[in-house]
Write a protein that binds this ligand. Structure first.
Ligand code: NAD
Ligand code: ZN
Length: 362
């Protein structure tokens, strides 16, 4: 199955299947002619999938430079980038070389950044291997690295020439990482597609079992929905792309104040979506029934929904520092109904915090 991402001359396809990993060589050569590939992965992913991918590239006569970094967020750094630039150069990278990312969001963001910067820009191909990367980070063209003081602060937009998704690789993904990715899937249903939300409600057990047919459906639909939004607002200028941040203002505050690593991103998204949903109720735009449906679905998927008791002042100031804030006024994406969201502005801090504290376990 193919999902087209229409971005005029930067358009590309996402090819989704089961067991298609070993066809990566033929897939890439069908898109352009290649003699040299820089294949970037992390140690966990490499252990399972590096050989089939590099063999498949070599079978097409492509010379492969393999660069494996330690797994985890700290690899999205200037230091690791410098190492990768130097190793690629030492192995004779040139302007016709391509970069292939094999891994989760960390590898996609890092390898995309290397592709964007090496010799002023190399063609970039992605093979996302976490659910989060398959449904979210590999669509949209945002690439970059962190500085010690701020996440994703150095980077750019660099669209891939193609994305290949093999849902079978999710079998080896740790359960917590898998469930975390499901939170973003639920998000797409809430912000854009009521029928998709109903499909998720009806398929909880197969989702938990990582059923191949259901995975194909939820990954493809999520990619389609994100691609639609990105196509209309590629550079986050019209404001439409902001709807993808549903639940994320609370999520970022929770991630920051609890200390990175306490919550996986999708877990914090789950808690954040319910806060935003309760905020919608308080503002009179969203009905209780819809909050309950989200609560029920997220809980059934094993995702956290309760708000932990953290320093409230710290949460508020983290929300006020979030990049969606303009002139100190809080703005939130809140649901109007399942499948439709609205962007609110000038939300008083007190109301925003009530939606937070109402989520404490009683
Ligand atoms: P990740 O890349 O760190 O992967 C999570 C863990 O799973 C890692 O330990 C990894 O080695 C392991 N792993 C990956 N695939 C596996 C597989 N198939 N089997 C076994 N283990 C596997 O984390 P992530 O959640 O995929 O991505 C998080 C990153 O994505 C963050 O840095 C975030 O900033 C970024 N992100 C970017 C965008 C974007 O638009 N560019 C969007 C959302 C998130
Ligand atoms: Zn997210």
């Amino acid at each position: 199955q193919t999902v087209h991402v229409p971005l005029s001359e930067r358009s590309y396809d996402i090819s989704i299947g089961t067991g298609n990993l070993a066809e990566v060589g033929r897939w890439i050569t069908s898109l352009r002619s290649v003699t040299h590939a820089v294949l970037i992965s992390d140690a966990n992913v490499a252990q399972h999938y590096l050989n089939p991918v590099s063999e498949s590239l070599e079978a097409e006569g492509i010379r492969v430079t393999t660069l494996v970094v330690p797994a985890g967020e700290p690899s999205k750094s200037v230091g690791t980038s410098q190492e990768l630039w130097e190793k690629a150069l030492a192995d004779r990278v040139d302007r016709k070389s391509i970069v292939v990312a094999l891994g989760g969001g960390v590898i996609g963001d890092l390898a995309g950044f290397i592709a964007a910067t090496m010799t002023r820009g190399l063609d970039f191909f992605q093979i996302p291997t976490t659910l989060l990367a398959q449904v979210d980070s590999s669509v949209g063209g945002k690439v970059g690295i962190n500085l010690p003081a701020a996440k994703n602060i150095v980077g750019c937009f660099w669209q891939p020439k193609g994305v290949l998704i093999d849902t079978a690789v999710l079998e080896t993904l740790p359960r917590r990482e898998y469930l975390s990715g499901l939170a973003e899937v639920v998000k797409y249903g809430v912000i854009l597609d009521p029928e998709f939300f109903e499909y998720l409600e009806a398929n909880v057990q197969p989702m938990l079992d990582r059923d191949a047919v259901v995975l194909q459906k939820i990954v493809a639909r999520s990619c389609e929905l994100k691609a639609q939004v990105v196509a209309e607002d590629e550079r986050e200028t019209t404001g439409l792309r902001a709807i993808l941040n549903y639940g994320h203002t609370y999520c970022h505050a929770l991630e920051t104040v609890s200390g990175y690593g306490q919550y996986l991103h999708g877990e914090a998204v789950s808690v954040g979506m319910l806060c935003a949903s309760r905020l919608g109720e308080k503002l009179g735009v969203f009905d209780q029934e819809a909050t309950k449906r989200q609560y029920k679905l997220l809980t059934a998927l094993g995702l956290p929904v309760d708000v932990p008791k953290l320093d409230k002042e710290a949460i508020l100031s983290a929300m006020q520092r979030d990049k969606k804030v303009e002139h100190g006024k809080l703005r939130f994406i809140v649901p109007h109904s399942i499948g439709k969201v609205v962007l609110t502005s000038d939300i008083p801090a007190g109301v925003a915090m009530e939606a937070w504290t109402d989520g404490y376990v009683s």
